[in-house]
Design a protein around this ligand. Structure first.
Ligand code: ADP
Length: 632
């Protein structure tokens, strides 16, 4: 039994295909994790890297507490089950299951016990003396599972194990594998392209596309809170209806209009509490998403009803899918378009093709996505809140408070909008607030806080404390102040970046033991930045080398660091101070290093001063520049 930790895992195939990008997740012991996504998204590659069948290009893989990047597959304590069962045709079921244990020289009586136990669990005891060819696909897959079970691995890896089976058997084996997971109480990682398999089996699902993780969540959360349009469309059948549209906030309602349909519906404004106001101006194009089960046939309230024309019916026995089109003139409405809609209706629903019907919308479940990035604009944890503000005489009036501006923020009097990262809002402070609720989002506590006439959000540690809190403070160095033409004040960047290289130097020293002198050579590694070597610990060197191979010494590295990382001193990287940003309790120097800008936190620097700093390599986020591979 073991958990796994994948950190910045990449796979670049020799032909240059970047199959897996920055795969980072922790899998807890006993979880049933499913990797799902369309063909070619990198699921199998990730699984095969975990198995050790595919080399990891960069990143760190831990099984239990051990780093296993360089551990042979047979020593990783995992068992893998494939789509083609790969049974030995000349051996009986018993021999197939015993084979791996025999190779390991396990005593016969122990093998016998393990094979019989596994056969019992899988219900194949009566077939132990049969050959695979005399068995059905489902039975063979059970034997393949049995062969994995007898090894008592820490982790089971299953790569599309059911895709050779017919639909009925697949459903049956699905529940058998779930039961098996329950019985064995071991970590399972399961790869499939079938979202139904993923939804029915996984405790958590990793949705992948084009080599990137899209979302990691429980089946229910993926369905209810898809993080982007891809996940929304991939999970659930029939596919979610998508429409190009606009949103307009007006008091306590938001008008949802669907482009090119004449449909305009009213939703409660609180559905969009977490949405950036810029999306609610009635102009900005967005993508509206609504599942077929959140639409119903028949008129409801006028503001949530529209007319459409039936183009096709799919009777499924348990329900009937009605395909219709908001464009009442359109003939073909079956293929996906911006006016087509699929509605889930009760079984036995009958309409004439071409009939015009009323459809009503349950907008409580409406989803909305950015038209370009396709990310959800109703995120569960919003990144920012945007509020109206006024600056007058050095004070920032927003959220019902009057906040003194530090001298760093020198902005003319006037009206502005202020973007505040949710991470910059913390409990306890002078902005008067009242906590409305504390929401648990996958273990993170998000407080909904009323301030002035707005609801803002803060990630909190303790729900009770958050409920009692009567004020928040806002970290002003992280806000953005904008007028109609754009930003007039931008936050202090969280990180600065410089280029560097990993270098190896051989240092010679003379040691004296018992009066005899001996020359000792020792390799010293450092990260070189602008000609200065910063000594690098061996653990870090190992991580970098295991990440990018020994070629790392020839590669350009991008080094990112927070403003409190540079250590000022007599020597090191030379920088010129261009500007001091004074926030009262904290000061930052905006410096130039060659052509680059670097922010340094320090309270005693002056404009135009030349300073020198060093960087602790352990505190850098290091990326291999050319292939854009994050190493630490
Ligand atoms: P999935 O399991 O999600 O279908 P894979 O992990 O098999 O996807 O493949 C991910 C990507 O890597 C695809 O673009 C595929 O063509 C490519 N790929 C897989 N194996 C190799 C290989 N041995 N050499 C080069 N490219 C590969």
């Amino acid at each position: 039994m073991a958990g796994l930790k994948l950190t910045h895992i990449y796979k670049v195939y020799p032909n240059g295909v970047k199959a897996v990008n920055d795969f980072t997740m922790e899998i807890e012991d006993k979880e049933f994790i499913v990797f799902v996504g369309p063909s070619g998204c990198g699921k199998s590659t990730t699984l095969r890297m975990i198995a050790g069948l595919e080399e990891i290009t960069a990143g760190e893989l831990k099984i239990g507490d051990a780093i296993v990047n360089d551990v042979e597959p047979k020593d990783r304590d995992i068992a893998m089950v494939f789509q083609n069962y790969a049974l030995y045709p000349h051996m009986t079921v018993y021999e197939n299951m015993a084979f791996g244990l025999k190779l390991r020289k396990m005593p016969k009586d122990q093998i016998d016990q393990k094979v019989r136990e596994a056969a019992e669990i899988l219900g194949i005891t009566e077939y132990l003396q049969r050959k695979p060819k005399a068995m059905s696909g489902g039975q063979r897959q059970r034997v393949a599972l049995g062969r994995a079970i007898v090894r008592e691995p820490k982790v089971f890896l299953l790569d599309e194990p059911l895709s050779n089976l017919d639909a009925k058997l697949r459903t049956q084996m699905r529940s058998e594998i779930s039961k098996l997971h329950h019985k064995l109480q071991t970590t399972f990682i399961y790869v499939t392209h079938d979202q139904v398999e993923a939804m029915t089996m996984g405790t958590r699902i990793v949705v992948m596309k084009d080599g990137f993780i899209q979302q990691i969540d429980s089946p229910r959360n993926l369905y209810n809170f898809p993080g982007n349009k891809f996940v929304a469309g991939f999970i659930g059948t029939p596919q979610m209806n998508f429409f190009n549209g606009r949103l307009k906030l007006d008091g306590d309602t938001v008008t949802v209009s669907l482009d090119g349909t004449g449909v305009a519906l009213k939703a409660a404004a609180n559905i969009f509490d977490k949405t950036d106001l810029a999306y609610l101006d009635g102009e900005k194009p967005v993508i509206i998403g609504l599942r077929a089960e959140h639409l119903s046939i028949g008129g409801g309230a006028a503001e949530s009803t529209a007319k459409c024309r039936v183009t096709h019916l799919e009777e499924l026995g348990t329900e009937c899918l009605v395909y219709a089109d908001f464009n009442l003139e359109k003939e073909d409405g079956v293929s996906e378009s911006n006016t087509r809609v699929i509605i889930k209706a009760p079984a036995g629903t009958e309409y004439e093709i071409g009939e015009v019907i009323d459809v009503s919308f349950n907008l409580t479940y409406v989803k909305a996505f950015d038209a370009e990035t396709e990310d959800s604009i109703i995120p569960r944890i919003p990144a920012n809140v945007v509020v109206d503000a006024e600056i007058k005489g050095g004070k920032l009036k927003m959220l019902g408070a009057n906040i003194a501006l530090p001298s760093a923020i020198n902005v003319a009097d006037g009206k502005y909008t202020v973007k505040i990262p949710v991470a910059a809002i913390t409990l306890g402070g002078s902005v008067k607030t009242q906590t409305e609720q504390v929401e648990n989002v996958n273990g993170k506590l998000l407080a909904h806080i009323r301030a002035g006439n707005r609801t803002i959000f803060s990630l909190v540690r303790d729900a009770e404390e958050a409920e009692k809190a009567q004020g928040v403070s806002i970290d002003l160095k992280r806000i953005t102040i904008s007028d109609a033409n754009g930003a007039v004040w931008s936050p202090v960047p969280e990180t600065s970046a410089l280029d560097g290289k990993l270098v190896r130097n051989v240092v010679t020293s003379v040691e004296e033991t018992d009066g005899r002198k001996k020359t000792v050579k020792e390799a010293v590694y450092s990260v070189n930045v602008c000609g200065h070597d910063m000594i690098c610990g061996l653990d870090l060197v190992r991580r970098l080398v295991s990440g990018a191979g020994t070629e790392i010494f020839r590669k350009d590295l991008k080094l990112e660091f927070a403003p409190d990382v540079p250590r000022l001193g007599e020597s090191g990287v030379e920088a010129k101070v261009e500007e001091i940003l004074d926030f009262g309790d904290e000061k930052f120097a905006k410096c130039t290093v060659g052509e680059k800008t670097v922010f340094v936190k320090s309270s005693d620097l002056e404009v135009n001063q030349t300073v020198y700093f060093t960087l602790d390599p352990e505190k850098l986020a290091i990326t291999e520049a050319q292939r854009d591979i994050r190493l630490t």
